[in-house]
Design a protein around this ligand. Structure first.
Ligand code: CA2
Length: 148
């Protein structure tokens, strides 16, 4: 069984309460519960973390290395576009990560078109809605447990 960490950044705690046209109607708790069940079905243990604070996200990523986490799914929210610290933390721990964005950032403002995380990500899933988290889980499962 592999340990997998789901990290969500600023404002994603508001999922389901505002802007359903952009981010869907599922709550973060609902997404996390569904993903935990799906991860268990694939033989993985999923821990979930959300913070609105950059340093706390860095701390949690560093903790993941101490915990032996094998893969990270991360939606860093707006920090995607601004945070060298999160990029450095992900590279420092050396854990493969899959970057998720619920909305299609390329169909939005120009400042959302650049990600500090994408260059080194194992995969990037953009604009598929909340199902993007499940797609990331399937992608990392395929990497951790290749078929055949
Ligand atoms: O599309 C995504 O998943 C984003 O990471 C969401 C971030 C945004 O800054 C990124 O450019 C793209 C914003 C998260 C805000 O989440 C909310 C959820 C519900 C209601 C209001 C905000």
């Amino acid at each position: 069984m592999s340990q997998v960490l789901l990290v969500n950044g600023p404002n994603l705690n508001l999922l389901g309460s505002r802007e359903p046209g952009l981010y869907g109607s599922q709550t973060l708790a609902g997404i996390e519960a569904g993903l935990q069940a799906e991860a268990a079905g694939l033989g993985h243990q999923l821990a979930c973390y959300q913070s609105n604070h950059e340093g706390e996200l860095v701390d949690r990523i560093q903790q993941a290395a101490r915990d032996g986490v094998a893969a990270i799914i991360i939606n860093a929210g707006a920090y995607t576009h601004t945070s060298v610290a999160l990029r450095d933390a992900l590279l420092a721990v050396g854990i493969p990560y899959w970057e998720v964005h619920i909305s299609n950032v390329y169909a939005r403002e120009a400042f959302r078109h650049h990600s500090h995380l994408s260059e080194k990500a194992a995969g990037v899933i953009v604009g598929c809605g909340p199902i993007g988290y499940r797609l990331a889980l399937l992608a990392l499962h395929d990497r951790l447990c290749p078929p055949g």
